[in-house]
Design a protein around this ligand. Structure first.
Ligand SMILES: [Zn+2]
Length: 392
């Protein structure tokens, strides 16, 4: 849920609202209103030095925090649209791996300030108790993902085919059953999904950097270690599956993190990850108003090419890649767009409550199935496996 309340503990810059963002950006960069968009920064030198939050002068180009290539150019400026915390950030695209990353680059402590107590992932899902995957979802779980049925159950070929087809529209991105496999949920937040994995029979364990999220998850009786993945010091080759759902884009040091995953994963283990996809049609349309950008918490944003670069650097390969989206991101991006540029559009269009209309979402839903099928959905789901000596 969004909070319009600024966090007054933050000493950084002024709190800005959507309507005044453009004006603020222009003021801080000395740009005249209405002038042609161009790189805004005073400094012309390549510089990715650790700079202070809210600093209005950003380098024209920057060095990619993922592949280390210099010369990444600035795409646009953005700010925290969800919690309205202070600070203006430049978003830069790397020419080598297509990563989109923020500048100024934030230290761990600076970044932690952008996760207020009301941050969504820290709460238990409202559907935690009632959503136990019944009906068609349960059918797909048992006949496509291999989960055991509560009663005697016969999975025929026909059921398997039907469940496979249904998996494109329901129970998407569920992790296939692996007996009583051991699974680690990295960045498990309040533990809602971990709780479900445990209910489904997994030996489930989590690691969560926030104190609030860790306590919430532990209150559900889950085994969750507080801190970063490397702090947890798991045994080598300990897990069958490591899951990162909407977590990778929050990680400042993805290469050391994936090297650690490589160490703790069994040789036939798999990584399941979900990450916003910058090769998305909605991002192309809305740019800085794309809802999934979530500046500055998403420090590095990914597309398939970026993910390939990360895998190459850490000894993984992409075994499966699918795309998923839905009207959710689109209608919220429309809302952001009208907050920023609404005055140039007809009143009747601005008065539509895009993000609250179930009718609009239902009408749009089929379009997103086509977009996902074409590889331009808002999120990418990837299954990674460890490369073995014969793969090199
Ligand atoms: Zn790069």
């Amino acid at each position: 849920m969004e909070s319009r309340e600024p966090n007054t503990n933050l000493p950084l810059g002024s709190i800005i609202d959507g309507a005044s963002r453009r004006q603020t950006v222009e003021k801080t960069t000395g740009r005249e209103s209405g002038s042609k968009r161009r790189p805004l920064m005073k400094s012309e030198r390549d510089d990715d030095s650790q700079s202070s939050v809210g600093k209005p002068l950003l380098p024209r180009t920057a060095t990619c925090p993922l592949c280390g290539r210099s010369g990444a150019s600035q795409l646009f400026l953005n700010y925290d649209r969800v919690h309205r915390l202070p600070g203006i950030f430049g978003l830069y695209r790397c020419g080598g791996c297509d990563a989109i990353f923020i500048q100024p680059w934030l230290s761990e402590a600076e970044l932690a300030r952008y996760y207020p107590e009301q941050y969504g992932r820290f709460r238990h899902s409202r559907s935690l108790n009632e959503k136990t995957y019944t009906g068609w979802q349960r059918f797909v779980l048992e006949n496509y993902y291999g989960y055991p049925a509560p009663t005697d159950h016969h999975s025929s070929s026909l059921k398997k085919v039907v469940a496979h087809l249904l998996s494109f529209i329901t129970a998407k991105a569920v992790i296939p059953y692996r007996g009583t496999g051991r699974i680690l949920d990295v960045g498990c937040g309040g533990g809602s999904y971990l709780h479900r994995l445990k209910q489904w029979g997994w030996d489930a364990c989590g690691v969560e950097p926030s104190q609030i999220g860790t306590k919430q998850a532990q209150s559900l009786g889950l085994t969750v270690r507080h801190g970063m993945l490397a702090d947890a010091r798991f045994e080598s080759e300990f897990f069958d599956v490591v899951r990162l759902s909407n977590v990778l884009e929050h990680i400042r040091d993805p290469i050391p993190t994936f090297q650690e995953i490589q160490r703790i994963l069994k040789s036939d283990g798999l990584v399941y990850l979900t990450v916003p996809n910058t090769r998305s049609l909605v991002f192309w349309l809305f740019q800085e108003n794309w809802y999934a950008l979530e500046t500055p918490r998403h420090v590095i944003s990914y597309c398939p090419r970026t993910l390939e670069a990360l895998c190459r650097a850490t000894g993984f390969e992409i075994a499966r890649l699918t795309f998923a989206s839905g009207p959710f991101n689109f209608v919220r991006s429309v809302r952001y767009f009208f907050e920023e540029r609404g005055k140039h559009w007809p009143n009747w269009l601005r008065r539509i409550r895009w993000d609250q209309s179930k009718f609009i979402r239902r009408v749009l839903k089929p379009c997103f199935l086509i977009i996902d099928g074409s590889g331009y959905g808002d999120f990418l789901h990837a299954t990674l496996r460890k490369k073995t000596a014969r793969d090199y």
